[in-house]
Each structure stands twice: as C-alpha cells, then as structure tokens.
Design a protein around this ligand. Structure first.
Ligand code: SAM
Length: 225
C-alpha cells in the first residue's frame, strides 16, 4: 500500500482498539490477517457522513442500499480463507472496497466483481489512490463467477446466497476454499466450502450472520438486477 503513511493517521488509535477489542478478543489468531486489519485505513472506505463511526463494531451504509461489512466479519471471512502470498482470490461484491484492500494486502491477485457500477467506481478510486496494483475489477453478475481467472485458490462471497452457486464451486481449485453466507434474506450461516476433488466439496457451518442479498442468476430471484 503506497501513498499512505500510518504515522499521520488521526484514526490510528481507533483502528488499534478495533483490532484488539473486536478481532483479537473474539478469537481471530491469523497473524497476517491481524496485521492487515491494523494497516488498512477503513475510514477511507466509509462515506463522509459515517466516517466517525468507521471503526465501530457494526456494518455501515455505503449508499445504494448496501453496506460495508462489520470489521469482525471481514477478519473472520479472511482468516477462514487462510490467505497465502501466492493466492489468486475471487471476491463477489466489491462494495466499499475495504475487504478487497484487506485481501490485496495478503495475496498475489484479487479479482473483484460488483453489480452496482457506481460502487465499484468509488471503491476503485480509493484502492488506486492507496496504491494497490494487484486488483482486477469487473462490473457484472458475480454469482456466475469470472471464468477468465479460474481456477481460483480462494473465493469470498460478500452477499447472502440462497444456496451455493455451482459455477463458483466449478471455478475453485481442488484444495481451494470458499466462504459465503448461505440462507434466506433475513438470516444466514457463514459456510466454508473446501473443494476436495473435482466432484466433491466439504461444507462447514461457521456461525450465523446477516448479509445483504446476492442478486443475479444464482442470487435471490426477486432482487432487482
Ligand atoms: N465486503 C464489502 C465491503 O467491505 O465493503 C461489502 C460488500 S456488501 C455487504 C455486498 C455487495 O455485494 C454489495 O455491494 C452488492 O451490490 C454486491 N452484490 C450483490 N449481488 C451481486 C452480484 N450478483 N454480483 C456482484 N456483486 C453483487
């Protein structure tokens, strides 16, 4: 991350408190994930009216009916992917770009898809301003994946899905991991999918969660696309 000096950062102490009280105390132990959460300036991804709450223990509005995920959720999803420096990761739902930045700190390449063009444009501006060069951007329906980058080492879906989209499992490497919220519109379980062979995947339910709905071909059919 270039163009950003943590020494001049008025939010540095708040970010440190966030990491201690919301991330480490709740059992996230992955050292590289903790380091990335300490480093990335979350407040720059939060729209101005909510910026003073950027490090609070909650999701916040980012416009267009969408949210930036709660810090703990970002840390837990990332830690469950066990990010490696050589990984290529597909992210569905760029949103504010904050989760994208955390991933970009930890892996070789992030391929991120967002369905709302204005959100991706804003996220891209912040990410480019911060100097990230290992991110590819696409506007479209991420529920169908992004076949040109497949197979992915890891996939992160940041919107609630009614079931596990088959194209995403297909686009995961054997041995790869995907995390996604699966359930109905009002409540889901965060699920970790490990692809154990070309034809088999293991599923582990991690904990309950509540995300905005996934749109598109494998999302909720009643969601306007
Ligand atoms: N992790 C993001 C962050 O840190 O700001 C928050 C993502 S927000 C909870 C979910 C995002 O998924 C929204 O921006 C929404 O527009 C997007 N989304 C929903 N359905 C989608 C689809 N089919 N393809 C791509 N993005 C989608």
């Amino acid at each position: 991350m270039k163009g950003w000096r943590t020494s001049d950062d008025p939010y540095r102490a708040e970010r440190e408190r966030m990491v201690e009280q919301q991330i480490i105390t709740r059992g996230i132990t992955h050292p590289r994930v903790i380091e990335a959460m300490r480093k990335v300036p979350r407040h720059l991804f939060v729209p101005e009216p909510y910026r003073v709450q950027a490090y609070a223990d909650m999701p916040l509005p980012i416009g267009y009916g969408q949210t930036i995920s709660q810090p703990f959720m970002v840390a837990a999803m990332t830690a469950n992917l066990d990010p490696q420096e050589t990984d290529r990761v597909l992210e569905i739902g760029t949103g504010s770009g904050y989760q994208t930045a955390i991933l970009a700190e930890l892996v070789q390449e992030v391929w991120t898809i967002e369905v709302i063009p204005e959100l991706q444009e804003r996220a891209r501006e912040v990410l480019e301003e911060l100097g990230y060069t290992n991110i590819r951007y696409r506007v479209g329906d991420g529920s169908k994946g992004w076949p040109e980058g497949a197979p992915y080492d890891k996939i992160l879906v940041a919107a609630a899905s009614p079931s596990i989209p088959p194209p995403l499992v297909e686009q995961l490497k054997v041995g790869g991991i995907m995390v996604l919220p699966v359930g109905d519109r009002w409540g889901q379980d965060l699920v970790k999918v490990t692809k154990v062979s070309e034809t088999e995947a293991e599923h582990q339910v991690l904990f309950p969660c509540a995300f905005v709905p996934l749109k598109g071909a494998y999302g909720f059919p009643e969601e306007p696309f």
